[in-house]
Write a protein that binds this ligand. Structure first.
Ligand code: SF4
Length: 325
């Protein structure tokens, strides 16, 4: 009977190699790539197509965000909770295993690849926290890890698995040559949670709006963000594309601001602003528009179906920059 395996498939080199290594021993491999406001499936789609790996893409944004607010194993250098993130991905892949009848789960994790999230104890923590420990195989480092039930009962030939460890990429590059892998995305990047500036904006959001949802996170990815007060924040478009996306993301709880007689960016105020917050937001919006040098600028303020006008002196750029996250 054909053995089937479901792998966490980011499209990065290690996930490609893990899948092809198992396929080389006759296992039917499928990949799953999870998406959220912080990472997408572009690389996974490209790699799956090139190496003909069946791929399922699943949005886990809401579950990932809940985990992210309070990760059991904490954050990495920035807001990346990599151990909890991998554990969650394995837990959800485990639910898919139950639904789809796969024999086991796998990933391209390598012992010692990342000092914090892929050392031996981190890999063990991921196994344990996922609730799927006996079903997880790491083909690239399997010979350094305890034997799994799939290897014991012969569904997987342990002899054909590897003992790669450490940060060097040489073993993976050699294996890529052997397996005919001639394209893969450059390593690193791809997850906003590892970025310094995005992490600062996310920390601010969690601090001021602990019950935030994915739409609030999406706002952080656009334009410039200003903390107006503990209760309110302004997001200001940098260009036409930002302005369009801001318009789509804004809901009836947000205030939309734009200059009345001058062209300029769209501003979205979120939170529970008071009149001072709205006046400050209007002054910042005015300072980034064509009327920035005027003494007073009219700014339109839309909230739900109501539009009002507020007249303000444009803010000093240096003062507003101090509020920027
Ligand atoms: S880098 Fe991002 S996507 Fe990758 S494990 Fe860490 S938090 Fe998750």
């Amino acid at each position: 009977m054909t053995v089937t395996a479901l792998g966490l498939f980011s499209g990065g080199l290690d996930s490609i190699l893990a899948a092809l290594l198992l396929r080389r021993q006759g296992i039917d491999v499928h990949g799953v790539c999870f998406t959220s406001p912080f990472f997408d499936a572009d690389n996974a789609r490209q790699a799956a197509k090139r190496y003909q790996i069946a791929l399922t893409v699943r949005d886990i944004g809401a579950r990932h965000l809940e985990m992210l607010k309070n990760p059991r194993y904490g954050y990495g250098k920035n807001m990346n909770p990599c151990i909890d993130c991998h554990a969650l991905m394995f837990a959800i892949a485990g639910e898919m295993l139950d639904e789809g009848g796969y024999d086991f789960l796998f990933s391209g994790e390598v012992v010692g690849q990342r000092p914090k999230s892929q050392n031996n104890s981190a890999l063990m923590a991921v196994r344990k926290a996922s609730g799927r420990a006996p079903q997880i195989l790491r083909p690239l480092s399997a010979k350094l890890l305890p034997i799994t039930p799939m290897e014991e009962d012969g569904r997987v030939d342990r002899e054909q698995l590897l003992a790669i460890q450490g940060r060097s990429r040489k073993a993976q590059e050699e294996l890529a040559r052997q397996l005919g892998v001639d394209w893969y995305p450059s390593s690193g990047g791809g997850c906003l949670l590892t970025e310094n500036s995005f992490s600062a904006r996310l920390r601010d959001l969690f601090e001021h709006q602990p019950d935030c949802d994915c739409a609030a996170v999406e706002l952080l990815k656009l334009g410039r963000t200003f903390r107006l007060s503990p209760m309110a924040k302004l997001t200001l478009g940098r260009n036409r594309s930002d302005n369009e996306k801001l318009k789509q993301l804004a809901d009836s709880s947000n205030h939309l601001l734009r200059c009345n007689n001058f062209s300029g960016p769209l501003g979205v105020v979120s939170g529970t602003p008071d009149n001072d917050d709205l006046a400050l937001a209007a002054a910042i919006v005015a300072s980034y528009g064509k009327g920035a040098k005027e003494a007073q600028v009219e700014v339109l303020l839309r909230h739900g179906t109501t539009t009002t006008t507020i007249t303000v002196p444009p803010a000093e750029r240096s003062a507003s920059q101090k509020l920027q996250l």
